[in-house]
Design a protein around this ligand. Structure first.
Ligand SMILES: *Cc1c(COP(=O)(O)O)cnc(C)c1O
Length: 369
């Protein structure tokens, strides 16, 4: 049996007829840019999250960059970023001339460690980017308390956490802003690039929207230097189809995760990310850790089972950041070890129980369990 890491063809089948209808309407109306599909998505996603406002953008990286700009981040400002995330989280800060200060991640959850973050705050720190890594919310209470104590903003990188909950509330409205990606592999993904910011401060979200449309506040009045970062109508239509299925999809991911938890308990040196009373993960990834990661990955590949490493190096090892960050493996031991040990297994909603069984059996077989 071949088990893929993701199969977007199966997604397409589920939404094909509704999508054809929406796409035909866009083509008939020639409403390609900022049309009704984009407005519908923004309103529906804000309502889904329970936040005041949402602005569609071209991608998640722009959501971080324009979000940071709207928060007033200026060259030389220090921003605390977890050392274990996708590159864009740090890239956005550097692109705007800010100084990335890496904090380590928690050894149990691999999310930003609030105590380590607190230890890295200086008088030049302006904010923190928390990442809800793998769809599992970070410790929202601890980071909000730290931000309040030190007068910092919190930007949520929610690119992997569509629908995830912290103490019952969906993420995306805890920080001053949240940045979302709708890249095809995300829990809510389109068939190209897409992104958004959300928040409870309407003015702040509107500022991001304006930055994404050449700094316009009304047609041909440019009150700021912005850029072109608009969400495409054809992509918004995909998202409108998929948003209606998101809770069902996330529930199925949770069910698969539950099966994996059952199958892997006490197997070899496998470590799983804990579920907890405060967090409801949406399992963007199902991540295991083992010292034999590369061997396990090869063993699965031999049996036709795909897996992936997110991420093979901690951010302070990235060549582009050399000389820009003061960070060492010794100071960031958890992120450094995680990059050697993590392996992500197939967990997409359309995965069949037989496929989940095949993955479980192959992993257990590797450890002789
Ligand atoms: C995907 C992702 C991004 C970037 O989103 P794009 O839409 O690909 O630009 C940023 N941060 C994290 C954590 C991501 O997973």
């Amino acid at each position: 049996m071949n088990v893929p890491i993701l199969d977007l063809g199966r997604v397409r089948q589920r939404i094909a007829s509704q999508l054809d209808e929406r796409w035909r309407r866009i083509l008939d109306q020639s409403s390609f840019i900022l049309g009704p599909e984009v407005r519908e998505l923004e309103a529906a996603f804000a309502a889904y999250l329970g936040v005041a406002a949402c602005a569609g953008l071209a991608n998640g990286t722009d959501a971080l960059i324009l979000g940071l700009r709207a928060l007033g981040m200026a060259p030389g400002d220090e921003v605390i970023v977890p050392a274990f995330s996708f590159f864009a989280t740090a890239e956005a800060v550097v692109l705007l001339g800010g100084k990335v200060v890496f904090a380590d991640v928690d050894p149990e959850t691999l999310n930003l460690d609030p105590r380590d973050a607190a230890a890295r705050v200086t008088d030049r720190t302006v904010g923190i980017i928390g990442v809800h890594l793998y769809g599992r919310p970070f410790d929202v209470d601890a980071l909000l308390a730290l931000c309040e104590r030190r007068g910092l903003w919190l930007l949520e990188d929610a690119a992997q956490a569509h629908g995830a909950r912290w103490k019952g509330t969906r993420v995306g409205g805890f920080g001053q802003l949240a940045a979302w990606s709708f890249y095809p592999t995300k829990n809510l993904g389109c068939f190209g690039d897409g992104g958004a910011v959300t928040g409870n401060d309407r003015d702040l979200v509107e500022r991001v929207r304006s930055y994404g449309n050449h700094g316009q506040t009304s047609r041909y009045t440019h009150t700021a230097i912005g850029t072109n970062s608009r969400l495409d109508s054809l992509q918004a239509a995909v998202l409108n189809c998929r948003l209606a299925l998101l809770d069902e999809d996330n529930a199925r991911r949770g069910e698969i995760a539950c099966r994996y938890h059952g199958a892997f308990a006490g197997v070899g040196d496998l470590r799983l990310l804990p579920d907890g009373p405060d967090v409801k993960s949406v399992y963007h990834q199902f991540t295991v850790r083992t010292e034999r990661r590369d061997e396990l990955m090869a063993h699965l590949k031999d049996r036709g089972i795909a897996s992936a490493v997110h991420y093979p190096s901690p951010l302070h090892h990235q060549p582009a950041l050399a000389g820009l960050v003061d960070a060492s493996d010794g100071e960031l031991p958890v992120a450094t070890a995680a990059a050697r040990e993590v392996l992500c297994l197939p967990v997409f909603p359309e995965l069949t129980n037989e496929e989940v069984e095949a993955v479980s059996a192959a992993v257990r077989g590797f450890f002789g369990a």
